[in-house]
Design a protein around this ligand. Structure first.
Ligand SMILES: [Zn+2]
Length: 267
């Protein structure tokens, strides 16, 4: 669009004025479209695990991890946005493939204050139950954690093959093992979230653990991975598909996040 025409005796000023009005209107529309964005407002990135071809862990009654964690993440996003002065970016808001690299890169691109990856646990031991919160370590807490990290890392290989185009972009903002600079903060965050999960869900305390989760490696901010409950346990599978239970998980993580962010502000 040409805003300012070559000046002529009569029409020149009028055209320039019309241009200014147009620009002002466009700016107004832009501000209207992004009312929540403010210079100081920081971002929390929530990562519903898996998606698309990668369904994650499956339950005996047919529940799949990718659906359950998306439902919990959407509830958590709503809680954060209506109670805290943070905007929330989801790594996916529907059933789609997203590579592990893209998930971490999204957090870095948005200069995230916190990154939370949400999952539902799967174990060969049918009786395994309870919530777990992980932070990154190359050395796993125990054999079960090592196996879980392997499961979570390899299931997502599907997405890695599909999203090829963004590789160059990602290299700019995804640093190898960026997370190693945030391990202490991530451990604190994991501890606080796990405490809330124990209280609100009345599930067995499986404590905070460490494992080599690929999705956390490149994230340059405090980052944790929450395994809400065991979808491989038929009893917990039933809870995980229950709307009220999903809301309780979201509430527990929300309380943990709020407490952690309060601590950050005090430091
Ligand atoms: Zn998972």
């Amino acid at each position: 669009m040409r805003i300012i025409d070559r000046p002529n005796k009569k029409g020149g000023t009028r055209t320039a004025k019309a241009g200014i009005v147009l620009v002002a209107a466009a700016l107004g529309a832009l501000l209207f479209l992004c009312p929540a964005a403010s210079a100081q407002q920081r971002t929390i990135v929530l990562d519903p695990g898996h998606g698309g071809l990668d369904v994650g862990a499956k339950g005996k009654f047919g529940a799949v991890e990718k659906d359950v964690v998306l439902a919990i993440s959407l509830k958590l996003k709503a809680l954060i946005e209506s109670n805290l002065d943070y905007r929330v970016v989801l790594t996916r808001d529907k059933d789609m493939d997203v590579s592990l690299e893209n998930r971490a890169a999204l957090a870095n691109n948005n200069d995230a204050a916190v990154f939370v990856s949400l999952h539902a646990n799967g174990s060969f031991r049918k009786k395994a139950h309870g919530s777990e919160t992980f932070f990154l370590s190359l050395n796993s807490t125990d054999e079960e954690s090592r196996k879980l990290a392997y499961q979570e890392n390899t299931a997502a290989g599907v997405g890695d093959r599909i999203v090829e185009d963004d590789k160059n972009l990602i290299q700019m903002i995804l640093w190898d093992m960026a997370q190693s600079a945030y391990v202490r903060q991530s451990s604190r965050l994991a501890e606080i979230i796990q405490r809330e999960l124990n209280v609100l869900l009345a599930t067995e305390n499986r404590g905070i653990k460490q494992a080599d989760f690929k999705v956390l490696r490149g994230v340059a901010c405090p980052a944790v991975l929450v395994e809400a409950a065991f979808i491989s346990n038929p009893e917990e599978e039933q809870r995980l598909i229950d709307d009220a239970f999903q809301a309780r998980v979201a509430d527990a993580v929300f309380r943990g996040l709020s407490a952690y962010l309060r601590l950050l502000r005090r430091d």
